[in-house]
Design a binder for this molecule. Structure first.
Ligand code: SF4
Length: 227
């Protein structure tokens, strides 16, 4: 079995077969670059790097006192997919990188099932600093930190955002509905609407592998929204 098939098997899912239309290296229909909402990829890359530096020295909320490293995000502007989680955990806080450790490995499997690598996506969290003992983020922390995420979405200009977990979904969609209520249909984020699809957080999938098939449905929904 090839690598794609083994990822799906790892997720406990059947193998997805792509159609016969021309595809790019991620197995997705080829399309020209059409980025128009902000600057070009070069400008956005510079702006994203400046934003990362700003986050690095950020003291807007109390989490700056207990964090190890700021976990800004990983990826380049212009990718088609963006994945958003809740907040850094212990390993992320040590390394300064999002989604490392077991949940990160499972996210890698989810990407692999779509024939994507980490280079093909942008990964970020709502909060850039770890809440002590992984407690739930406070509302004030979210209010202070979410402008970073909003600006990241503006600069990355993804075609689809996958919100992983209840917290990321509720913050991005400004909703108090449950994850179950938000799953299964596309939503919009922002003034230049970006489609958002809600799914389970990889950390939840590690505890509840039975939800992997629903996650796969969500990823296929997200994939169907690519332009
Ligand atoms: S969580 Fe966000 S707002 Fe709070 S200190 Fe870190 S970067 Fe700043």
């Amino acid at each position: 079995m090839d690598q794609h098939g083994s990822y799906l098997r790892e997720m406990g899912l059947i193998r997805w077969r792509f159609g016969s239309q021309p595809t790019d290296r991620a197995g997705l229909p080829s399309k020209p670059e059409t980025r128009s909402r902000d600057g070009g990829p070069k400008t956005n890359s510079a702006n994203l790097a400046a934003l990362a530096r700003e986050a690095d020295g950020c003291k807007r909320c109390e989490l700056h006192r207990t964090r190890g490293k700021v976990v800004f995000g990983l990826g380049s502007p212009g990718v088609r997919w963006m994945f958003v989680g809740e907040a850094p955990g212990a390993e992320e806080d040590k390394q300064g990188l999002p989604f490392v450790g077991r949940a990160g490995a499972l996210l890698g499997g989810m990407l692999g099932s779509l024939c994507l690598s980490r280079d093909d996506v942008y990964i970020a969290n709502v909060l850039k600093c770890r809440p002590p003992n992984n407690r739930d983020p406070f509302g004030q922390e979210v209010r202070k930190c979410s402008p970073f995420l909003h600006r990241q979405i503006d600069l990355v200009q993804p075609e689809v955002v996958v919100a992983m977990g209840r917290f990321a979904a509720q913050v991005l969609l400004d909703s108090d509905q449950s994850l179950g209520q938000l799953r299964g249909r596309p939503h919009n984020f922002g003034e230049n609407p970006v489609p958002v699809v809600v799914t389970y957080h990889p950390a939840y999938l590690l505890r509840s592998p039975g939800a992997k098939s629903k996650t796969w449905e969500d990823l296929l929904l997200a994939r169907s929204l690519l332009t």
